[in-house]
Write a protein that binds this ligand. Structure first.
Ligand SMILES: [Zn+2]
Length: 350
């Protein structure tokens, strides 16, 4: 949780050009902004965690529309408590989204901060503690983390390795609390934004965003902005904060392979009647080579090549591929030894 918060605090800090109250807008010293928000976080951790816990206690599987609605109303309350005008956005057949708007006098630019509040469906039998009863552990559960109490009080300390376990603790309710805590921290330091800020919290992302397009079209004036920042991604594997300028989309294909009209004994028919399992394996294998190169004709036609600027940026990304290979027990990687940070910029067929 801390890491997600720090990431969002930093990303807000980088887009918000601040001013001391009453003085003309002027970019504040970035180090001062960072120091102020960190100081705020250190003295308000228990309070921030409490707000996260309250949000995590609300069931949030997209198929449970009553619970989804409860989340939306709760989020509207969180925004309004901060004097941010807020409302629930609806479109037929779509789960509600929550919209908030903070207008800044004199601001010429507007950013939208996105996160989603619904979570993946849950198999409670596979959870060590109930998914909607947020539980704190002193390290990751796979590292033997034990349950501990949430600290309270103004200077309550949270260890760097502590983890909150609950459905959507990180994906993606954590960032919502982080954004709002970031705003609280800036306000406490009397650092005012010079961009208008809009919030868009989606309620059906894990369900594949059904009809999200309708919702965006219906409310396009409300959602107009210069840029969107999506807080729905991981920190870098090196644990450094990262800002990603684009992501790969995804596209699913359903294939049907036909075989004999009934199950056949391989001893009687093998090598004569085609086996749908091997047909499918051959078909899949024909689409990419063993080094990850996609062999489907035309697949790369509209792919923009990696530019020199991209390559310079890739060089600046921490290289922890060797540690990752070790942690994931990978004997080899695809792409002829190219780095992960380069490979994820290319289309994948997986
Ligand atoms: Zn997500």
């Amino acid at each position: 949780m801390n890491r997600v918060q720090i990431f969002v605090l930093a990303s807000l800090g980088s887009v918000i050009v601040a001013e001391a109250q009453g003085r003309p807008a002027r970019a504040p010293d970035a180090a001062r902004v960072r120091e102020s928000v960190r100081a705020y976080r250190v003295t308000h951790q228990a309070e921030i965690a409490r707000e996260l816990v309250s949000l995590l206690e609300i069931r949030n599987v997209a198929s449970d529309t009553t619970a989804i609605r409860r989340n939306a109303d709760f989020l509207v309350g969180m925004l309004r408590r901060r004097q941010i005008s807020a409302q629930v956005l609806e479109a037929p057949g779509n789960l509600p989204a929550v919209f908030g708007e903070l207008k800044v006098p004199g601001a010429r630019r507007t950013i939208v901060l996105y996160a989603h509040y619904d979570g993946q469906p849950v198999d409670t039998t596979r959870w060590a503690t109930p998914p909607w009863r947020p539980t704190l552990r002193d390290k990751a559960i796979e590292d033997g983390g034990g349950v501990i109490d949430f600290p309270s009080g103004p200077r309550a300390e949270f260890g760097d390795e502590w983890r909150v376990y609950a459905r959507s603790a990180s994906d993606d309710k954590g960032p919502i609390v982080a954004m709002l805590a970031a705003l609280d921290a800036l306000r406490a330091a009397r650092i005012a934004p010079t961009v208008n800020i809009k919030f868009f919290f989606e309620g059906g992302e894990e369900a594949g965003s059904p009809n999200l397009r309708k919702l965006l079209v219906r409310h396009k004036n409300l959602l107009a902005a210069d840029a969107w920042i999506f807080s729905d991604g991981p920190v870098h594997q090196s644990r450094k904060m990262q800002v990603v300028f684009g992501v790969r989309g995804s596209y699913g294909v359903e294939m049907t392979v036909y075989g004999p009209s009934r199950a056949l004994h391989s001893g009687h028919y093998g090598n004569w009647a085609p086996n749908p399992a091997s047909l499918l394996a051959s078909l899949l294998a024909s689409m990419r080579d063993s080094d990850g190169k996609i062999l489907i004709a035309g697949f790369h036609d509209d792919v923009k090549p990696i530019t020199d600027a991209d390559r310079r940026a890739i060089i600046g990304v921490p290289d922890n591929d060797a540690e990752l290979r070790h942690a994931l027990t990978l004997g080899s990687t695809e792409g002829g030894g190219a780095r992960l940070s380069e490979r994820i910029m290319l289309p994948a067929l997986n």
